[in-house]
Design a protein around this ligand. Structure first.
Ligand code: SME
Length: 153
C-alpha cells in the first residue's frame, strides 16, 4: 500500500520549479504507477477541446487515445467534475475497457489555479474494489499541490 506522505514529498521534490503541464503529468504518472501494486494503469487524459479528452502521459498498457465527455468513467469525471470511484467496472454503464484485465478504477479531476478542468487522472486496477475514499482524498491533495498551486505552461 502506498505511503502517500512519502510519495507527496518525493513528487514535490521532483517537480519543484517545474511549470510545464506535460512534464508534471509524466512525472506523476511514473511516480504514482510505481508506488502501489494496485495501480496497473496510471495516466492522464487532457481536455484538448470542449467536451473532448485526449490521452496524455501514462504508464501501463495501451490506452485509448480519445474519449468524449459523454463516454466512459473518464468522461463521467470530466462531465461532472466529481471523483469516480468504481469498485466494479463491469457494473459501470459505458465503461471503456482499454484492458480486459481491469476490474476497478478511480478517476479524479485535474484543475489549474483558476479552477478550470485541464485533465483527468485515471488509475485502473486488475484487483476488484481496489480503491478507497482515502485514496481519492490523498490523490486529490497531490493533484492540487502539483497543478492548482502553480502557474502552468
Ligand atoms: N476506463 C476508462 C478509459 C481509459 S483506459 O482505462 C486507460 C474509461 O472508462 O473512461
Amino acid at each position: 500500500m502506498v505511503d502517500y506522505n512519502a510519495l507527496k514529498a518525493r513528487i514535490n521534490a521532483l517537480t519543484e520549479g517545474e511549470h510545464d503541464a506535460v512534464a508534471l503529468m509524466a512525472t506523476l504518472a511514473c511516480e504514482l504507477h510505481h508506488s502501489d501494486a494496485r495501480f496497473d494503469w496510471t495516466g492522464f487524459y487532457r481536455v484538448t477541446a470542449p467536451g473532448l479528452l485526449k490521452i496524455g502521459p501514462y504508464q501501463g498498457g495501451h490506452g485509448c487515445l480519445v474519449i468524449p465527455f459523454e463516454r466512459g468513467v473518464c468522461g463521467a469525471c470530466a462531465r461532472t467534475g466529481d471523483v469516480q470511484l468504481v469498485a466494479d467496472v463491469e457494473a459501470f454503464e459505458g465503461h471503456i475497457a482499454c484492458s480486459s484485465s481491469t476490474r476497478s478504477e478511480i478517476v479524479l479531476p485535474v484543475r489549474d489555479a483558476a479552477g478550470a478542468l485541464i485533465a483527468v487522472l485515471d488509475i485502473d486496477s486488475d484487483q476488484p474494489d481496489a480503491f478507497t475514499p482515502a485514496d481519492a482524498e490523498a490523490l486529490g491533495r497531490i493533484l492540487d499541490v502539483v497543478f492548482a498551486r502553480r502557474s502552468l505552461t
